[in-house]
Design a protein around this ligand. Structure first.
Ligand SMILES: Cc1cc2nc3c(=O)[nH]c(=O)nc-3n(C[C@H](O)[C@H](O)[C@H](O)COP(=O)(O)O)c2cc1C
Length: 340
């Protein structure tokens, strides 16, 4: 039976528990996307706190793919050094480290950038209208994901997470709400999934076979004509054989919508996707209690639990959770004296 504190291995990725730090933009970089000491300490704190897998925040594969000024970047070889420091320190403290490769598409808020999207539709009045991507633009972005993956490998990451959620570029292709293209990248689900499929395929040419690739998706778009969990099952089944190993199930942010949020509100989407695709899933959303995380795993509703804001509040959540669940895990050496 799965439980929070059980070892797990996916390809070469061996984790000491099933606690995943959700990717969270820290907006702590500079105008050029370089990692700072701050990032290293921020992630290392969660590694000391016992997190099994840390997924680094959305890291832009192109400068026009940043969400905000201050996001991390991986569009140039000079980004590798700073990222590798984060990886090295967090790994030396017992965590495994993934990077989230992203492109903001029409949700890029960096004023100096000309923003792009599958179709020229603005997110809302506060955003500018994106340029509709040409075939050349599509090829350029796909190549930048490949280069990002190559750099991620050089920086020593254990896994890659492709950001296909929250209404950013890949999600903009997947959703019928934002993709109105008439060519082979728009229309039916197969066409809308083509951009993602080509990104996975190109990443696979440079990313080691034994390291997993995670895909984050918005499992529900909260609008009638948008994608729902069953649509995501269909889309994932169209692309998974290109080489997706784990699905990280989030939701929303594709178009403005009212969302009723409560602890575990996204877990049913994860369950549907797990059943429909046969792939391991990471579930989460407003989870704060170890008992709740344990329920989700033990009832086989998901394979991993992500924590976002709770880990911002408390980097030592995993150590405390082990106490609460009466699990005898290894604490950092002298921290053992604080064990109850
Ligand atoms: C400060 C902050 C930054 C975030 N940045 C990202 C991001 O870079 N990539 C992403 O996929 N999700 C991002 N998210 C969403 C989180 O990964 C997570 O899905 C969300 O916070 C819900 O989980 P929680 O209730 O445990 O916080 C962010 C959330 C927060 C609070």
């Amino acid at each position: 039976m799965k439980k929070l504190f059980s070892d797990v291995k996916i390809k070469s990725l061996e984790l000491k528990n099933r606690i995943v730090m959700a990717p969270m933009c820290m907006v702590a970089s500079d105008d050029e996307g370089y990692a700072k000491d701050w990032h290293e300490i921020h992630y290392a704190s969660r590694a000391i706190g016992g997190t099994g897998l840390i997924i680094l925040e959305a890291t832009a594969v192109e400068s026009r793919g940043r969400i905000k000024n201050g996001d991390l970047g991986i569009w140039d070889d000079s980004h590798i050094e700073g990222l590798s420091k984060i990886v090295k320190s967090s790994k030396s403290l017992g965590a495994k480290v993934s990077i989230q490769l992203g492109h903001a598409g029409r949700k890029c808020e960096v004023k100096s950038e000309r923003i792009i999207a599958p179709s020229p539709i603005a997110f809302d009045n506060s955003y500018s209208t994106p340029k509709e991507m040409t075939k050349d633009d599509i090829k350029t972005v796909i190549d930048s994901f490949k280069e990002g993956a190559e750099r991620a490998e050089k920086a020593g990451f254990d896994a890659i997470e492709i950001h296909g959620a929250h209404g950013y570029l890949i999600n903009e292709f997947l959703s019928p709400l934002t993709n109105k293209r008439k060519d082979e990248y728009g229309g039916n689900p197969q066409n809308r999934a083509r951009f993602l499929k080509e990104i996975i395929r190109t990443i696979k040419t440079v990313w080691p076979e034994d390291k997993p690739i995670i895909l984050r998706i918005s499992g529900e778009e909260y609008v009638n004509d948008g994608n729902h969990p069953e649509d995501l099952v269909h889309i994932i089944n169209l692309v998974k054989n290109e080489g997706i190993d784990i699905i990280d199930v989030s939701s929303g942010a594709v178009v403005p919508a009212n969302i009723d949020v409560y602890p575990g509100y996204q877990v049913p989407f994860a369950e549907t996707i797990k059943k429909g695709t046969g792939l391991p899933v990471i579930a989460g959303g407003l989870i704060t209690e170890p008992e709740m995380a344990e329920e989700i795993l033990k009832n086989n509703r998901a394979d991993f639990i992500f924590l976002g804001r709770e880990l911002l509040r408390n980097p030592y959540w995993p150590l405390e959770a082990a106490n609460k669940l009466d699990q005898d895990i290894e604490w950092p050496h002298s921290y053992r004296r604080a064990k109850i």
